[in-house]
Design a protein around this ligand. Sequence first.
Ligand code: NAD
Ligand code: IPM
Ligand code: MN
Length: 365
Amino acid sequence: MAPEASDRKKRKKIAIIGGDGIGPSVTREAKLLLDVYREKAGLPIDLWELDLGADRYLRDGTTFPKEIQIAIQRECSAVLLGALGDPRVPGLEHARDILFGMRFGYDLYANVRPVKALSDKLVPLKGRAAKDVDFVVFRENTEGIYVGMGGQFKRGTPDEVAINEDVNTRKGVERIIRAAFEYARSHGHTRVTMADKSNAMRHAHELWLRVFHEVRAQYSEISSDHVYVDALCLYLIQDPSKFQVIVTNNLFGDIVTDLGAAFQGGLGMAASANVHSSEPGRVALFEPVHGSAPPLAGKDIANPFAALLTVGMMLAHLGWPDEEKRIERWVTRAIDEGQCTVDVGGTLGTQAASSWLRDRVTSEL
Ligand code: NAD
Ligand code: IPM
Ligand code: MN
């Protein structure tokens, strides 16, 4: 038996964390879809729901217990996360412990964020259609300004100082740039763009530029270019169709993918994966790009499609790429037929939009 086939026979355990705000309601819909795959299609997946997030933190102080972190690492193939962030926890300490506990703790260095418009209706740029919006951002996910190095001095006085260090290691920069090129090669893409700010950040981003030139030399069949991130934002708006794979650091990747989400119909349509690219067997984290959107919480209006498309990315990662295509196809139909939430031109609530799609998927399985 081919290793791939035997792999697929093994049961896969998926941890599910709804989190805060709209997180639990969109994750509930994602879980219902996974239930269909488990019960109707017989996919060998086991779901493990975890009570983590602001409610739990405010109740008993728990953020991300060490034993849960270890159990996920040992037992799970994937984690599905809704969103974290709650106005009752303004310091976001629970969110950082959980989110960075997984991104950093499991060394998930590639945050892969596809920017793909599924329908012409969703593209807000003048004269552009869905065919013009199809690229992937490889965001470095374990370093940069996110590591939390720094501090405050003389806080609250007129002389106060606040510092966040931007940490860039040779290993970290090289592996994300290489992951972007490997992805381009394996997906038949012909262009990789690296975005930095080496004109201003001449220590940290000179490293990015130098490593980029070294790595690109090993992928001579792929054309590659370097742009400053400010110009990248301009070029993206002018003509997103020029881009195929973009690789950048943690902070710029975060910002550029919210911009990218606008080309896809908003944050309700943007899915993402956090993976350790070179070791696909290890646990990976899947989450919509959006946050907890507190004003939408509890109203049955949040778009569940980002979470459902994220289920698709997760199933592809676990060995069922056809299911990602199936989910994407039905999301596209839902948008085109108006069977969707208001943010993408429909009239349905979260649950109704999700169950329309789930019924179609179910009847095909
Ligand atoms: P957000 O992504 O929650 O919302 C930004 C905008 O997008 C809002 O207008 C919101 O209404 C809209 N939006 C987001 N998701 C949507 C959906 N599914 N359907 C329809 N509209 C949607 O970002 P924010 O307002 O800057 O942050 C809110 C909280 O979420 C903060 O605490 C932030 O730190 C946190 N956050 C968490 C994550 C995560 O858990 N990975 C990601 C981003 C933000
Ligand atoms: C994201 C979010 C997070 C990030 C926040 C909540 C720290 O914006 O996942 O895109 O900046 O990575
Ligand atoms: Mn973000």
